[in-house]
Design a protein around this ligand. Structure first.
Ligand SMILES: [Zn+2]
Length: 369
C-alpha cells in the first residue's frame, strides 16, 4: 500500500486529470460545490525557506495555470452567488468552485490580484486585524517560526509567564513540534503578550536587535511576510474582490478564553469600513483541533453570514453555514494532483479509504498526496 502514494501523486492523478476524468466525476457528484483556500503567491525572486513555512504559497505562474484550468473546465462562482446559495438555495452551475485566500499577505495584491484580473475571476480574501487597523506587521506565528529558524540550536532556559523554552532543537521536525506547542500556548494569552514573548525570546536567543523589522527592509521579504495595510486592502475591494475576516490576530481560537475569542471574531466587523461589506469569516488554522463548537457559536452570534473551515472536502447542499468546508491548496501539489483536490475527488477517496481500511493504511496511501 505504501507504493500507492507516489503512484497516485505522480502517475494516477496526472493521467486522470489529462483524460478529463476529474471534471466528469465532479459533474456526477451530489455535493454542488468545492471551495478552495489559497494563501498568496511567492514574490518574484523569493527563495522558499522551508516546506513548513512556505508550503501554503505557490508561484504566480502555477496559480495562473491552476485558475486557467478551473476557468476552462469548471464554473468559478462569485461570492454573491455563494451567499445566494446559502440564503435562497439557488442551484449552482455544474462543477461549481469558489476561490478564497487567507491571511492577506502583501503579495496577494502584487502577485495574486493580477492573475485573478487577467482571468476575470473573483476571490474572497480573509484579512486579519493588521489590515483593518493599518498596522502592517508579520503574522506572529510566522515571526515565531522565523525566530526559531534563525536561533542557534542549544540550551536556552528561557522562562516567560506565557510559556517557557528549555532549548532550541537542531532537527527541523523538533523545531516544528516546539513551534506548534508554543503557538497553542501563546494563543491562551493576548496579542500584546504574544508580541512581548517573541521579543524576549529573540533577545534570549541572542538575535540582534530589530532582526524581524530588518527583514521587512528587503522588498522581496516584505512582500512575502508583511500583511496588507488598509490602503492595500482597499485595492482588493476596488478591484471587485470580496474581503472577509480572519480574526484580529490569528490565534488558535480553541485555545483562547471566551472573552478573547469573542473579541477576535467580532472586532473586525466594527473596524472594517462600511463599503468593505464584511460578512464572512475564515477561522484561523481552520481544523477541528483548532476550532471549537464555542468558536462556531461566537461566529454566528457576532453577526457573520457564514464561516469557513480549512478542511473537509466538498460542500453539501445542507451545509452548516458556520462550518463550511474548504480544500487547502499547497505548494507540493503537482498539476494533476491539484485537480484531484480541487474537484473534491481526493477527499472523497480519503473518506472511502478511511471507512474501509485501517487508519494506518489509508494514511499510508494519502499522506503525501
Ligand atoms: Zn490563516
Amino acid at each position: 500500500m505504501l507504493f500507492v502514494t507516489p503512484l497516485l501523486k505522480n502517475v494516477a492523478y496526472p493521467a486522470l486529470s489529462s483524460f478529463g476524468y476529474f471534471r466528469s466525476w465532479r459533474t456526477r457528484q451530489a455535493n454542488p460545490l468545492t471551495v478552495l483556500t489559497y494563501h498568496g503567491v511567492f514574490p518574484q525572486g523569493y527563495v522558499p525557506r522551508s516546506r513548513l513555512l512556505d508550503g501554503n504559497l505557490i508561484s504566480a505562474k502555477r496559480l495562473h495555470r491552476q485558475l486557467n484550468l478551473l476557468k476552462r473546465h469548471y464554473n468559478v462562482i462569485c461570492p454573491e452567488e455563494f451567499l445566494r446559495f446559502l440564503d435562497e438555495g439557488i442551484q449552482l452551475p455544474p462543477r461549481a468552485v469558489l476561490l478564497t485566500c487567507d491571511d492577506g499577505l502583501a503579495n496577494v495584491v502584487s502577485g495574486m490580484l493580477p492573475v485573478l484580473e487577467s482571468l476575470q475571476l473573483k476571490c474572497i480574501f480573509f484579512l486579519t486585524g493588521a489590515s483593518f487597523t493599518d498596522h502592517p506587521e508579520i503574522l506572529w506565528h510566522e515571526e515565531l517560526w522565523l525566530l526559531l529558524e534563525a536561533a542557534q540550536p542549544g540550551p536556552l532556559g528561557f522562562q516567560h509567564l506565557a510559556a517557557s523554552l528549555e532549548n532550541i532543537p537542531g532537527a527541523a521536525h523538533d523545531r516544528h513540534r516546539i513551534w506548534w506547542e508554543l503557538v497553542k500556548q501563546l494563543s491562551k494569552t493576548n496579542a500584546s503578550v504574544r508580541r512581548h514573548f517573541i521579543e524576549e525570546l529573540g533577545s534570549a536567543a541572542k538575535l540582534c536587535d530589530g532582526w524581524n523589522t530588518a527583514l521587512l527592509q528587503d522588498p522581496i521579504q516584505r512582500s512575502r511576510f508583511q500583511l496588507l495595510d488598509k490602503q492595500q486592502a482597499e485595492k482588493l475591494v476596488k478591484s471587485g474582490m470580496t474581503v472577509g475576516a480572519h480574526t484580529m490576530d490569528h490565534p488558535v481560537l480553541a485555545q483562547c478564553t471566551e472573552e478573547i475569542t469573542r473579541e477576535e471574531i467580532a472586532r473586525p466587523l466594527k473596524l472594517a469600513p462600511a463599503d468593505w461589506n464584511l460578512r464572512m469569516l475564515a477561522y484561523p488554522f481552520g481544523t477541528p483541533e483548532t476550532v471549537s463548537g464555542r468558536d462556531v457559536s461566537l461566529a454566528e452570534a457576532a453577526g457573520y453570514r457564514c464561516a469557513f473551515m480549512n478542511v473537509g472536502g466538498s460542500v453539501p447542499s445542507s451545509v452548516d453555514r458556520f462550518v463550511v468546508p474548504r480544500i487547502h491548496i499547497t505548494a507540493n501539489m503537482n498539476f494533476g494532483e491539484f485537480e484531484a483536490h480541487a474537484s473534491g475527488f481526493h477527499q472523497d477517496l480519503q473518506n472511502r479509504l478511511s471507512r474501509s481500511a485501517s487508519p494506518t493504511q489509508s494514511q499510508a496511501v494519502l499522506s503525501q498526496s
